[in-house]
Write a protein that binds this ligand. Structure first.
Ligand SMILES: NC(=O)c1ccc[n+]([C@@H]2O[C@H](COP(=O)([O-])OP(=O)(O)OC[C@H]3O[C@@H](n4cnc5c(N)ncnc54)[C@H](OP(=O)(O)O)[C@@H]3O)[C@@H](O)[C@H]2O)c1
Length: 293
């Protein structure tokens, strides 16, 4: 296979970094990673110039406005990055015939379901961030068919700010912690999602029946934030006591869905991806974090 060029936007984010790491293992890929300072996805001019210059075969969009609570106040900015950004990327990818991989979220769903959400379940976000991400999905779907949208949830990695790193810090600082036990979902190690994106990218170049559209990806297994926090402290051997609390005891500016488990059968069947259980991936990530301390 001749070398293919892959462009990652938002490469300094927690997923962007892991995607870059995963793709760099592939000798057939020439990987270019850019973040907002060089590629602001809401700038039509900048996106066009970069695509003209780099001529990527694939663009993986890891950039987003991800501050769920602040999005309730910074509505204009959240909307620009999460709706206009994907629209601009779809328009320009269409212009240069670049395959687009975009990342979305479980927060497009209402969280009132009783079984894992499938890709074409109706969307009804409960917060503004979810609304902007749903509009981003819609913008891509209306503009460009050579694209894949992967919804994920509860993302963490060794990089950036995330629940795992916060819990590890609090586990060392505090004697007791209250963590919500009436919101249920599936954690996702960004390294596993990056491996899936790598596998999908390879199949895009090799599979004539390659299927575009929306897919769901999280780690296997289901837990509450309380279960997640407890497991983090157990793996880290922290002695902090973790107490379950209801959502009503931890008010946040943005409402969260109570149930946001995603059904992953489509991505597993289509791309033959084996997904690790969340506890195994969590242990691996904590091991890396402890080593780098
Ligand atoms: N984190 C989660 O729990 C979670 C859950 C479900 C889905 N997702 C989705 O997963 C994807 C990756 O999330 P993440 O946690 O890796 O996000 P992240 O760590 O916040 O990284 C996002 C990156 O995008 C950059 N960015 C912001 N505005 C930009 C712009 N206009 N142009 C170019 N880059 C811009 C950010 O730069 P600055 O840091 O300078 O702003 C940052 O480097 C996102 O689509 C997110 O919606 C995340």
């Amino acid at each position: 296979m001749p070398k293919k060029t892959i462009l990652i936007s938002g490469v300094n984010g927690q997923l962007g970094r892991k995607v870059k790491e995963a793709l760099l293992h592939n000798n057939h890929f020439n990987v270019v990673g850019l973040d907002i300072d060089e590629l602001d996805i809401i700038s039509r001019r900048q996106v066009e110039e970069k695509l003209q210059e780099i001529r990527p075969d694939v663009l993986i969009n890891c950039s987003a406005y991800t501050d769920v609570d602040n999005a309730e106040n910074e509505k204009e900015m959240a909307l620009k990055v999460n709706q206009k950004g994907p629209l601009v990327l779809a328009e320009k990818c269409k212009m240069f015939d670049t395959f687009l991989i975009h990342i979305s979220t479980d927060y497009v769903f209402s969280g009132e379901g009783f079984r894992p959400y499938i890709e074409n379940d109706p969307i009804r976000p409960v917060n503004f961030y979810g609304e902007t991400k749903a509009l981003g999905e819609e913008s891509i779907q209306k503009t460009y068919s050579n694209a894949i949208i992967i919804r994920t949830a509860w993302l963490y990695s060794e990089y950036g700010k995330n629940f795992v790193k916060t819990m590890l810090r609090l586990g060392e600082e505090r004697k007791q912690l209250g963590v919500i036990d009436d919101q249920v979902g599936s954690p996702t190690y960004a390294g596993d999602l990056a491996d899936a994106i790598n596998a999908i990218t390879i199949q895009y170049f090799n599979d004539d029946d390659f299927a575009r559209g929306i897919y769901h990806f999280t780690n296997e297994g289901v837990c509450s934030w309380f279960d997640f926090a407890l497991k983090i402290q157990q793996i880290a051997k922290n002695r902090v006591k973790v107490n379950p609390i209801p959502t009503s005891d931890y008010p946040t500016p943005a409402k969260r869905p109570h149930y946001s488990v995603l059904d992953k059968r489509k991505i597993k069947n289509q791309f033959h991806i084996a997904i690790p259980h969340w506890e195994a991936s969590l242990a691996n990530c904590i091991k890396v974090l402890k080593k780098s301390k």
